[in-house]
Design a protein around this ligand. Structure first.
Ligand code: UDX
Length: 459
């Protein structure tokens, strides 16, 4: 089918590339001219595992092209709106870009179009879109509006799109539902050439959940807010574990063995970040407030999350006493591993807090340093984890990149001023760390000193 995708951010680019991968003829547009020309020249405006290869493959096969919004509107029978909905100062989602696209479609398209909102939008946005298209339509446009929220995670977005747990659509006409089913047929049947796995993980075909537009829109905000709540819950428990002398990793394991709870998203740490959870929780609270519903539960989720940075800085201060003049290594800047994204990254907030008290930061991240430099220029950016740790009073692990687990601890011990690791993600094996003479401080009661090494290794 001829499909258009408007907006080439994480969601748009992954959607366009993967729909082309499963056989559709896709036109992807981007209003940022610099980003568009980079894409047209075969470049990538973001780091996302596998995505560049998929794009190269489908462009070579002639199933993906990049161009202007007007061209995209003229191209596809169905148009996926994947533009950004950043947070406004009051927490509402900014819908300007979506409105702009709606107006362009109303003025530029003729014949039939299925207009699909894929950006994360507040409930009832579909209704607004429908009204706007009819108000501004000048060329006899016939259309349906549908919702198709995405659940992609940065770092695994290609796999998440091609092997989803579920595909959610919100359509208020049988025609719209039928078209969306046809679009996703190859993914529902898992009948496509997978660019990631030679032997795809056997996990049962995705569920195709068709509902009304309002419910589909709410599924997105509710899902993200629930996951954020799970993270704040385990962070809350982690605080208690530190006080009563329990081990949060064991508590999380014990909880997660109950399938009603599930083990995922129970990793305590310095808080959730990224361009989704913080803004989606805020937007959901605002939606509820405007609808007269009490969402104080989510306000607590936000409060607990905002408290993670301060609690971690407090822990660093407790260990280093005076922060002014101290040299501190930071391992990890991205809001999570396998992405170069530093938007709402807890690591950046922690660095700013430490700098405000006069500490000098030596930082390293495998992918996110270029983007971090734009946010916090006055940091010493290093070539690798060892250079960052050289001469420091403490090493802070703030993003759980795999490579930090493979560090040569005996080599590191010769480089640091003080053998102190403060692990904001409980990512490291404390036995490895303390058996090389380091003092290890984790989250939620999983700290250890070199003296305890033999006991730990014995267990
Ligand atoms: C999220 C949702 O997972 C995805 O379905 C949605 O489409 C977009 O938002 P993403 O923002 O890419 O995806 O990251 P995710 O992997 O969910 O992590 C979000 C944040 O929570 C990260 O900062 C991560 O470090 C943190 N996190 C995650 C925890 O602190 N503990 C956990 O157990 C899991």
């Amino acid at each position: 089918m001829k499909l258009s995708v408007i907006g080439a951010g994480y969601v748009g680019l992954t959607t366009a590339a993967c729909l082309a991968q499963v056989g559709h003829d896709v036109f992807c547009s981007e209003s940022d001219v610099e980003k568009l020309s980079k894409l047209q020249d075969g470049g990538m405006p973001l780091f996302e595992p596998h995505l560049e290869d998929v794009i190269k493959g489908v462009r070579k096969a002639g199933r993906l092209r990049f161009g202007s919004t007007e061209e995209a509107i003229a191209w596809g029978d169905a148009i996926f709106i994947c533009v950004g909905t950043p947070p406004l100062p009051n927490g509402d989602a900014d819908l300007c870009a979506i409105e702009g696209v709606a107006r362009a479609i109303a003025k530029g398209a003729s014949g039939y179009r299925l207009v699909i909102e894929k950006s994360t939008v507040p409930v009832q946005t579909g209704a607004q879109l429908r009204k706007h298209l009819s108000v501004h339509s000048t060329s006899g446009l016939r259309y349906d509006v549908a919702s198709n929220p995405e659940f992609l995670r940065e770092g695994t977005s290609v796999g998440d799109f091609l092997h989803p747990d579920r595909i959610v659509i919100g359509a208020d006409s049988p025609r719209a539902a039928a078209i969306l089913r046809e679009i996703y047929e190859p993914i529902i049947k898992q009948s496509f050439t997978c660019p990631i796995h030679s032997d795809c993980p056997k996990r049962g075909d995705p569920i195709f959940l068709a509902t009304d537009t309002n419910s589909a829109e709410l599924i997105k905000h509710a899902s993200n807010s629930f996951l954020a709540m799970k993270i704040s819950f385990i962070n809350m428990v982690a605080n208690l574990c530190e006080v009563v002398g329990a081990d949060v990793t064991m508590v999380a394991e014990g909880m997660g063995l109950d399938p009603r709870i599930g083990s995922s998203f129970l990793n305590p740490g310095i808080g959730f970040g990224g361009f989704c959870f913080p803004k989606d929780v805020q937007a959901f609270i605002r939606i509820a407030e405007k609808s007269g519903c009490d969402f104080s539960l989510l306000k607590e989720v936000e409060k607990i999350n905002q408290g993670r940075v301060e609690r971690f800085v407090e822990q660093v201060r407790n260990e280093l006493w005076v922060l002014r003049g101290k040299k501190i290594a930071v391992w990890g800047l991205a809001f999570k591993p396998n992405t170069d994204d530093v938007r709402f990254a807890p690591a950046l907030s922690i660095i700013r807090r430490l700098q405000a008290e006069g500490a000098h930061i030596q930082a390293y991240d495998p992918e996110a340093m270029e983007k971090a430099k734009k946010e916090i220029p006055d940091v010493t950016y290093c070539q690798d984890a060892y250079e960052a740790a050289t001469g420091t009073d403490a090493v802070l692990l703030l993003t759980e990149w795999e490579e930090f687990r493979k560090v040569d601890w005996s080599r590191l011990a010769t480089l640091v001023e003080r053998p102190l690791i403060i692990d904001g993600r409980n990512a490291l094996l404390r036995e490895d760390v303390v058996s090389n003479g380091f003092h290890y401080i984790g989250i939620g009661g999983v700290s250890a000193t070199p003296k305890e090494a033999s006991a730990l290794i014995g267990t």
